[in-house]
Unconditional design. Structure first.
Length: 153
């Protein structure tokens, strides 16, 4: 199994969110090489330039084909946990990066470069909530693949 990175633009702010994220990050790190990366949000004033700068930063840090890109997006595919675990399993032999975009969204070129556009839900979440949901779901999927009873099916 290669590494898993959760990348997001901006920093988590609330102590509660950092604590909850750390709980699952620690559990996940015991199962695989896991890293959380906080990317710098662009300060450009116009949105297209801002998104392009962020896309360039992400692409330099996580170049293809060395990284499988799973990008969270509201128009992404919805999965049940077991189905996402099955989708993820054959890709775990490579480095996988999950990306949560900035508050302004994602550059279209970045979305088109994704191996998967994934939606956690039709609802919109704060970055703090999305990070927690994502790290917990990745942990849950790995436990499903291991046949661990964490996920009660």
């Amino acid at each position: 199994m290669a590494g898993i990175v959760l990348a997001s633009f901006g920093k988590a702010s609330g102590a509660w969110a950092k604590d909850e994220f750390a709980t699952f990050a620690t559990r996940l790190d015991a199962l695989c090489a896991f890293e959380s990366v906080e990317l710098k949000e662009s300060r450009r004033s116009d949105t297209p330039s801002r998104l392009k700068e962020e896309a360039d930063q992400f692409s330099k840090r996580f170049p293809q084909p060395q990284w499988r890109r799973i990008i969270l997006s509201e128009e992404g595919k919805l999965f049940r946990t077991e189905d996402f675990a099955k989708w993820l399993a054959p890709r775990m032999s490579q480095n996988v990066v999950f990306l949560i975009g900035s508050a302004y969204g994602l550059d279209p070129s970045l979305k088109s470069s994704a191996d998967l556009l994934w939606s956690l839900s039709p609802l919109t979440f704060t970055h703090e909530h999305a990070r927690i949901l994502l790290v917990e779901q990745v942990y849950r999927c790995l436990q499903v693949l291991r046949g661990h009873p964490y996920h009660h099916v």
